[in-house]
Design a protein around this ligand. Structure first.
Ligand SMILES: [Zn+2]
Length: 139
């Protein structure tokens, strides 16, 4: 079957638009890491998590870890516990702020069973909203 030219054009333009959008988000996040202090110890990490939670009026139970790998990630362990990890070039206060926001904003509670739904939720809601918080445009 031959794909109509219009569909090809729309698909290509949507691809370009998505790449432009993803690049903008990447650049916006990148800027916040410039000059952002590294988190050097477990006790400093715990203090910073508490500070961010306070700012967000959040009482979720978050365990933090500084790792050897280049990463900045957060996850939900069970209904009451969350974890976050920062490491390598992904270790700084900006990354920490970003991961605490994913948790405290209740974004893990929005996730469903469908991988595609979660991917769409991540790219078009959770990540842009968290990036706006990280760059200081929303509380
Ligand atoms: Zn994120």
């Amino acid at each position: 079957m031959k794909i109509p030219t219009n569909i090809k054009k729309i698909t290509r333009n949507a691809g370009i638009a998505f790449l432009a959008y993803a690049s903008l988000m990447y650049v916006a996040q990148g800027i916040t890491h410039i000059g952002s202090p590294k988190v050097n110890s477990q006790s400093q990490l715990e203090k910073l998590i508490e500070k961010e939670k306070e700012k967000l009026n959040c009482n979720k139970n978050i365990t933090g870890e500084i790792t050897e790998h280049k990463e900045a990630k957060s996850s939900k362990i069970d209904s009451k516990h969350y974890s976050l990890a920062i490491g390598g070039t992904g270790n700084d206060e900006s990354a920490l702020r970003h991961e605490v926001y994913h948790i405290c904003d209740g974004q893990f509670e929005l996730m469903g069973k469908s991988k595609i739904y979660n991917l769409i939720l991540y790219f078009f809601y959770a990540e842009p909203k968290t990036t706006l918080h990280q760059i200081g445009m929303i509380e």
